[in-house]
Design a binder for this molecule. Structure first.
Ligand SMILES: [Zn+2]
Length: 224
């Protein structure tokens, strides 16, 4: 069963930091993945054109589609305009799964994008909050195994040269340590962690696997 995945971030590099390994795992499974970057990151380090090119290179690295929200960096609010941008992305991609910032964050854009996504995704069955370096409260209960995709995540992040070189928030060493930490919590080698806003577990059979057509023959009565 192929899924349609939408990952939403306020700025270029937010998505890669929060769920880049998971997106790589989705692509490896054949799922369609779109990244929606709500602003161009005009007020962070690096020129806008440079940040745009970096985001495009990172999306190519992850083999994901990239779309821009064209809102203004540091001035995002959870208003009708922001909700409309996200609603359109959910509708256009017919997303089964939506990844977005955690609601408690010291960056106002991250908080606004998380809140706007809950409004835009009111009919979505799966919304998972990822952690950013500026997230303040985060108690994850859902994890993805990214052991095979940590290198891809770090390679995608490295495309954001203006951030890796100028922002203490973007540190590949911290990203790897965090993946190992969440891996230990999830009982795998490396993991990304999520707080679900809503998560419907799909129990329909996986079509690529052979179907179990017969129940195992249990004895009708337990022998005395
Ligand atoms: Zn950000």
């Amino acid at each position: 069963m192929l899924r349609s995945v939408l990952a939403i971030g306020a700025h270029p590099d937010d998505i890669e930091l929060g769920c880049g390994g998971t997106l790589a795992a989705h692509r490896a499974a054949g799922d369609a993945v779109t990244m929606l970057v709500v602003t161009g990151g005009q007020n962070g380090p690096g020129a806008t054109a440079e940040r745009r090119a970096e985001a495009e290179a990172a999306a190519r690295n992850l083999d994901c589609l990239l779309r821009w929200g064209h809102l203004v960096d540091c001035a995002v609010t959870a208003d009708a305009a922001t909700i409309a941008v996200i609603e359109k992305a959910i509708r256009d991609t017919d997303a089964d799964v939506v990844y977005v910032h955690a609601p408690d964050d010291s960056h106002q854009d991250h908080r606004a994008v998380a809140a706007a996504t809950l409004s835009a995704g009111r009919h979505s069955r799966r919304i998972l909050h990822y952690r950013s370096p500026s997230t303040t409260r985060f108690e994850p209960t859902v994890f993805t195994d990214i052991s095979a995709h940590l290198d891809t995540k770090i390679a995608a992040l490295s495309c954001h040269r203006s951030q890796v070189e100028n922002s203490a928030m973007v540190d590949p060493e911290v990203v790897a340590a965090s993946a190992r930490h969440y891996g230990a919590q999830a009982r795998v080698r490396h993991a990304e962690a999520f707080m679900p806003a809503r998560f419907v577990w799909d129990l329909s059979p996986v079509l690529e696997m052979p179907l179990i057509t017969q129940m195992p023959a249990y004895p009708a009565q337990v022998p005395a």
